[in-house]
Design a protein around this ligand. Structure first.
Ligand SMILES: Cc1cc2nc3c(=O)[nH]c(=O)nc-3n(C[C@H](O)[C@H](O)[C@H](O)COP(=O)(O)OP(=O)(O)OC[C@H]3O[C@@H](n4cnc5c(N)ncnc54)[C@H](O)[C@@H]3O)c2cc1C
Length: 497
């Protein structure tokens, strides 16, 4: 139901509305400002600050798990000596970029977008956002909607329903809602989980805790890498900063693509290489049970340990790993299926995110709700039968920004192309049935499987295929044809007749 007109404070029109002021939204705005300088735009942001993920997550040690030369924007060199950066450094980078490109003034904070409705008659979107605690509704209209809303639910993370959880007398914390004043010095900590967050938190907390135990149902593939990239730092010393950045970016894209392909085509060799690395780090503390996942490499995201910090903490006895199932919470900690008990003062549930594309925003096209699972993704950034809308979603097997930069570039190319030809509307249409339909993500991680029914799908061939490959996307998105037969372009007048 639309909001009652009496609750609607104002209506304003801009060329583009960007939803979300995280890494992608700020990047998208910078592209827009430089590549489509005449377009008016605003960024609607639900929270009180920009930065998205890098402002929300405050747990100890929060950092990137891919290198900043590819997680950084193509147009703005990452100048820090560390390739694997902490959350505050990434947030600073986003804020400085927004200020330098003058897009920070375009952000409207405390604007939570709830619904966007497309009218073919007017060839525009009406966007409804709630502002402030009173949830006053503002309406804005735009010709194009660019959704940079991330991929997970900001309200809360995922916590399984374990028996007896209310009995536990200590403190339970989810990394997505880290209490600012949590004092864990000298405490016994249990971290539940084996993903990137657990792998980050465990060595960081072990610096001050009495002991940290990581409890995992099943292990992840864990690789170590230096936090600083010596080649990148050398290149920056001898070359102009932009040239050095581009070379390092390409070096990292190519090596990540090589190792990803190796993992997918020679999984046994890759498993052996990863296991050898962990064995080398842990020596006589190595137990294959804790580092041998039951799935193939890249069926789930690989975990990165910078400067072997996790392994060092295990070697020094500050961290132990337990692979078991949780039977129940007890008053003092956890009871495991094996019968083992783990006493804890604090239990951290690093059990993941709730995947939620478009943050649950409702989309309507000419009054009919868009049923996302019935749509196909076009070039990984638009949906079939949804006009003038793009979504920034990054790679699952490489840095997020590599794809979001390309998406923003393509979005700007599209706008300029439409202006040049006087088009008002562009809509991806499935006019070729000669392909099969598949899930949009081929991961088997819990958070993906839990949400698969809510996601759009992909086709088995271009442009409906999600390549998860920067080189393929680069040629398609930077140089490929815009009028590729799968997008219907029309003039506004033609729409109305
Ligand atoms: C802890 C953590 C570490 C990560 N590390 C890496 C990494 O090393 N490498 C990598 O490639 N990826 C990583 N990721 C994935 C990461 O989310 C992306 O890299 C990237 O930061 C996402 O940026 P984004 O702007 O697309 O989304 P987000 O950072 O999620 O920002 C989305 C923004 O949109 C706003 N928003 C959402 N819905 C609405 C709405 N309805 N109305 C108004 N505003 C809205 C949110 O408030 C938020 O500010 C990590 C994720 C997490 C959680």
């Amino acid at each position: 139901m639309p909001y009652p007109a009496s609750n609607v404070a104002s209506v304003e029109h801009v060329d583009v509305i960007i939803v979300g002021a995280g890494l992608s939204g700020i990047g998208g705005a910078c592209h827009l400002k430089t590549e489509c300088p005449k377009k008016s735009f605003v960024i609607l942001e639900a929270r009180e600050a920009m930065g998205g993920t890098w402002d929300l997550f405050r747990y100890p040690g929060v950092r990137s798990d891919s290198d900043m030369y590819t997680l950084g924007y193509r147009f703005r060199p990452w100048r820090d000596a560390r390739a694997i950066a902490d959350g505050p450094a990434i947030l600073k980078y986003i804020r400085e970029t927004a200020a330098d490109y003058g897009v920070d003034n375009a952000i409207r904070y405390h604007h939570r977008v709830r619904r966007a409705s497309w009218s073919s008659h007017d060839a525009r979107w009406t966007v409804e956002a709630e502002i402030g605690p009173e949830k006053t509704v503002v309406q804005l209209t735009c010709n194009f909607l660019y959704l940079c809303t991330g991929y997970y639910d900001y309200e809360s993370g995922y916590t399984p329903e374990w028996p007896g959880i209310a009995r536990f007398r200590g403190t339970i914390v989810h990394p997505q809602k880290w209490p600012e004043d949590l004092d864990y010095a000298g405490k016994r900590i249990v971290v539940i989980g084996s993903g990137a967050t657990a792998i980050t938190l465990v060595p960081a907390m072990a610096q001050r805790a009495a002991h940290v135990t990581m409890v995992q149902r099943s292990p992840s593939y864990v690789v170590t890498r230096p936090a600083e990239d010596k080649i990148a730092n050398l290149l920056r010393r001898v070359l102009p900063v932009r040239t050095a950045y581009m070379l390092t970016r390409w070096k990292n894209v190519l090596s990540a693509t090589f190792f990803y392909n190796l993992a997918r085509t020679r999984p046994e060799l890759f498993k052996w290489m990863v296991a050898r690395g962990v064995r080398h780090q842990l020596g006589d503390k190595y137990d294959s049970k804790h580092f041998t996942p039951p799935y193939n490499p890249w069926d789930q995201r690989l975990c990165l340990v910078p400067d072997a910090d996790l392994f060092r903490a295990i070697r020094e006895g500050r961290v132990s790993v337990v692979t078991d199932h949780i039977e129940a919470f007890t008053e003092d900690g956890l009871l495991l299926k094996s019968g083992q008990r783990l006493d804890a003062d604090i239990i951290v549930t690093a059990t993941g995110l709730v995947l939620k594309l478009m943050s649950g925003m409702q989309l309507l096209v000419d009054g009919a709700p868009v049923d996302l699972p019935k749509t196909l993704v076009y070039k990984g950034m638009m949906f079939s039968d949804v006009p003038n809308l793009a979504l920034a979603v990054g790679y699952t097997n490489a840095s997020w920004t590599l794809k979001c930069d390309l998406t923003a570039e393509y979005f700007c190319r599209l706008l300029n192309h439409m202006d040049h030809h006087g088009y008002a509307v562009c809509t991806p249409r499935v006019n070729d049935q000669d392909f099969s339909v598949e899930p949009v993500i081929d991961f088997n991680s819990g958070y993906v499987l839990r949400a698969l029914d809510t996601l759009p799908r992909q086709g088995s061939k271009t442009p409906w295929r999600l390549h998860q490959n920067y080189m393929k996307d680069l040629s398609m998105m930077r140089y490929g044809r815009l009028e590729d037969g799968a997008v219907e372009f029309s003039h506004k007048k033609a729409q109305n007749t």
